[in-house]
Design a protein around this ligand. Structure first.
Ligand SMILES: NC(=O)c1ccc[n+]([C@@H]2O[C@H](COP(=O)([O-])OP(=O)(O)OC[C@H]3O[C@@H](n4cnc5c(N)ncnc54)[C@H](O)[C@@H]3O)[C@@H](O)[C@H]2O)c1
Length: 269
């Protein structure tokens, strides 16, 4: 592929939680556009396999780092390894996150809420904190993966929704602070994107296929988003959206529109 067609050639990008799902979509699209991607996950097998698969094709490259984003020392190491290998950071995509099985507030323990805050929110803060000195040098950008539920809520998921709302707020606060260094900070709020996490949650319901169908029908577009579409939105923010900071881009297929009535029995409105 000629380098003129690549949209993020040579840009060093860190992606947290990149071995599957939305993170994998970001890693793939960035490598396809010439970036040098460092991505992490807490599972070695899938991470190593993706690293080998993408490096085979290029034109960019990727490096997998095993780490637990719930641990501060691992987050620090992810950033250190990136700088040791590539000497700079142009973009940080904070994507790692987990959605616990749905349950009411009364049944949620303090520890469960704190653990989720730690992984979904504090890891974004810490990765940003450790990467910012380098992002300021390159006038780079941060992309945080929040969620549509931050603005529309979700049943039996108060802790998850709270972590995602906080990500949107933190994005705006950091955009304010970092503007003096020309570092942009933006976020993406996906609605339903078909990923292993989504499948896992559907698997915990009495009829997984029916739950997935419902998930598809929640969008005006009658389907879920894809990993690749997630990667393309992140690439837009990183490569093209040079006059945008502090924004929250919905990746939702219109799920938030029309008072929740979208499609019934597969028939479009
Ligand atoms: N899928 C959706 O519909 C959807 C919607 C809105 C927001 N999101 C958000 O998008 C992000 C990615 O979600 P997904 O659906 O792709 O999830 P996923 O579970 O399919 O993938 C998560 C990735 O994070 C990694 N990971 C998990 N725990 C980790 C840890 N402790 N340390 C390091 N890596 C870890 C996993 O190995 C995997 O690579 C999350 O922040 C999620 O909240 C997803």
């Amino acid at each position: 592929m000629a380098s003129a067609r690549l949209r993020y050639s040579g840009k060093v990008t860190v992606v947290t939680g990149g071995s599957r799902g939305i993170g994998r979509g970001v890693v793939k699209v960035f490598v396809q556009n010439g970036a040098k991607v460092v991505f992490c996950a807490n599972e070695a097998g899938a991470g190593k396999a993706l690293e080998a698969e993408l490096n085979e094709v290029g034109p960019g490259s990727c490096l997998f780092v095993l780490c637990d984003m719930a641990k501060e020392e691992d987050i620090k190491r992810l950033i250190t390894v990136t700088v040791e290998q590539f000497g700079q950071i142009d973009c940080l995509v904070n994507n790692v996150g987990w959605h616990p099985p749905h349950k009411p507030t009364d049944e949620t323990t303090t520890e469960e809420f704190k653990d989720l805050l730690n992984l979904n929110l504090i890891s974004y803060f810490l990765a940003s904190k450790f990467a910012l000195p380098y992002l300021r040098q390159t006038q780079g950008n941060i992309i945080n993966v929040a969620s549509l539920v931050a603005s529309i809520g979700q049943k039996h998921a108060a802790p998850y929704v709270a972590t995602k709302g906080a990500i949107v707020s933190m994005t705006k606060a950091m955009a304010v602070d970092e503007s003096r260094y020309n570092v942009r900070v933006n976020c993406i709020s996906p609605g339903n994107v078909m990923t292993p996490l989504w499948e896992e949650l559907a698997g915990q319901t009495p009829d997984a296929l029916a739950t997935i169908k419902e998930g598809e029908n929640a969008q005006l577009m009658g389907r879920m988003g894809t990993e690749e579409e997630s990667g393309l939105m992140a690439l837009f923010l990183a490569a093209d959206a040079t006059f945008c900071t502090g924004i929250d881009l919905l990746l939702s297929g219109g799920a938030e529109l029309n008072y929740a009535f979208k499609r019934q029995k597969g028939i479009s409105l």
